[in-house]
Design a protein around this ligand. Structure first.
Ligand code: ADP
Ligand code: 5GP
Length: 203
């Protein structure tokens, strides 16, 4: 039974660049209602096909640093020489009205969210192999060889953080990865703590 929730679930999805997070998220969002994808702020340049306000809010370094100083970010991190961060206001309002919020953030940011929001769901997504990750980064055709090497190096460091996550999803096929995430979200909805409102009538 689908009930309106008192509070939305905060969902943190991390995984190395090129694993397929954006692809899996797009598929998940097309199948699921009542979920909001948090559009991050970044100082990196848009890739071909990326739209301001859709994939990211693309801002200057000066504007990003103003947001840090004004305490407008739930978390932020510097990743391969660019800033990335999550607007607190944009997600808080949704969570308060019962909408689930999905963050696609890297491991340092995820650790900050864990410290501030321990009830969030932490999901790490991996490729079927390291070679496949390299193939996907090359196949995406959006980054220079130098940037790709930096991202692959970073991936090895990120894998060490997996024990800090609750769930590990393997993106071999997009449909499988989406099914696994759906299963995780469904299980979270069935937690006793998520069903306090319906439970109240039996107590
Ligand atoms: P991320 O958001 O994690 O950086 P993307 O979603 O941009 O990754 O995916 C990187 C590349 O891998 C894209 O070219 C995408 O089409 C491809 N890709 C994503 N998932 C799969 C998959 N399960 N099998 C094969 N290719 C995939
Ligand atoms: P990309 O440049 O490939 O889009 O993203 C690089 C990395 O930044 C990815 O691991 C992605 O999850 C992460 N990222 C995107 N937005 C945010 C954010 O708001 N905060 C943090 N900490 N990481 C982010």
């Amino acid at each position: 039974m689908q009930l309106k929730k008192d509070k939305g679930q905060l969902i943190v999805l991390s995984g190395p660049s090129g694993v397929g997070k954006s692809t899996v998220i797009a598929e998940l969002l097309s199948q699921r209602d009542n979920i909001y994808f948090s559009v991050s702020y970044t100082t990196r340049q848009p890739r071909v096909g990326e739209q301001d306000g859709v994939n990211y809010n693309f801002v200057s370094r000066a504007e990003f640093e103003r947001m840090i100083a004004a305490d407008e970010l739930l978390e932020y991190a510097e990743y391969v020489s660019n800033y990335y961060g999550t607007s607190l206001k944009a997600i808080q309002q949704r969570l308060d009205t019962g909408v689930d919020v999905l963050l696609d953030i890297e491991v340092q940011g995820a650790a900050k969210v864990k410290a501030r929001c321990p009830d969030a769901l932490f999901i790490f997504i991996i490729p079927p192999s390291f070679e496949e990750l390299s193939r996907r980064l090359h196949g995406r055709n959006t980054d220079s060889e130098e940037i790709i090497s930096g991202r692959l190096e970073k991936a090895r460091v990120e894998f060490c953080e997996i024990p800090n996550y609750d769930y590990l999803v393997i993106n071999d096929k997009v449909t499988h990865a989406v099914e696994e995430i759906e299963a995780i979200l469904r299980a979270a909805e069935c937690r006793v703590s998520s069903r306090q409102r319906i439970l109240a009538q039996f107590q």
